[in-house]
Design a protein around this ligand. Structure first.
Ligand code: HEC
Length: 130
């Protein structure tokens, strides 16, 4: 009897997590597998990466996150500020995972079509933000 009720209870718990996740609550961080989390940024100390990343940002990201990456709220669309502590504290691997997979349900598209090098340059740029 107890085991029969356990699975549905877990399912309901999981669904509540999905339904109540909102843009900008950092819920995506819980989905990153440990292996991805630990990936180092091969462009972390490339002196050209922040400028290259800023250009890619202007082309693909600024429309939502703002030219200065300070975030935007348009109606019910919340696009978080990327100068925030969560981005500063996230590991490069966590940010790479988010750029690759997106968080589409909350409005963040995946960027797997950008070459890996460009995704890492974006991360170097994000990490250089004041
Ligand atoms: C269509 C709008 C849109 C575009 C374009 C977009 N984003 Fe996002 N982004 C979002 C939304 C919405 C979230 C919040 C997702 C969530 O909380 O699950 C987000 C979250 C993020 C986060 C995590 C912020 C946090 O505090 O959790 C980072 C980092 C990020 N975006 C970087 C980028 C980069 C880099 C690009 C360009 C390659 C980009 N985004 C393009 C809408 C967008």
């Amino acid at each position: 009897m107890r085991t029969r009720h356990f699975a549905p209870a877990l399912l309901i718990l999981a669904l509540t997590g999905i339904l109540f996740a909102e843009p900008g609550d950092g819920e995506w961080l819980h989905k990153v597998p440990p292996k991805d989390r630990a990936r180092p940024n091969p462009f972390a100390s490339d002196p050209d990466a922040p400028v290259a990343g800023a250009k890619i940002f202007a082309d693909h990201c600024a429309a939502c996150h703002g030219e200065d990456a300070a975030g935007k709220t348009q109606g019910k669309h919340i696009r978080p500020n990327l100068h925030a502590d969560r981005v500063k504290q996230a590991t490069p691997g966590e940010l790479f995972w988010l750029l690759t997979n997106g968080s589409l349900k909350n409005g963040m598209p995946p960027w797997s079509r950008l070459p890996e090098a460009q995704r890492w340059q974006l991360i170097t740029y994000l990490k250089s933000l004041p």
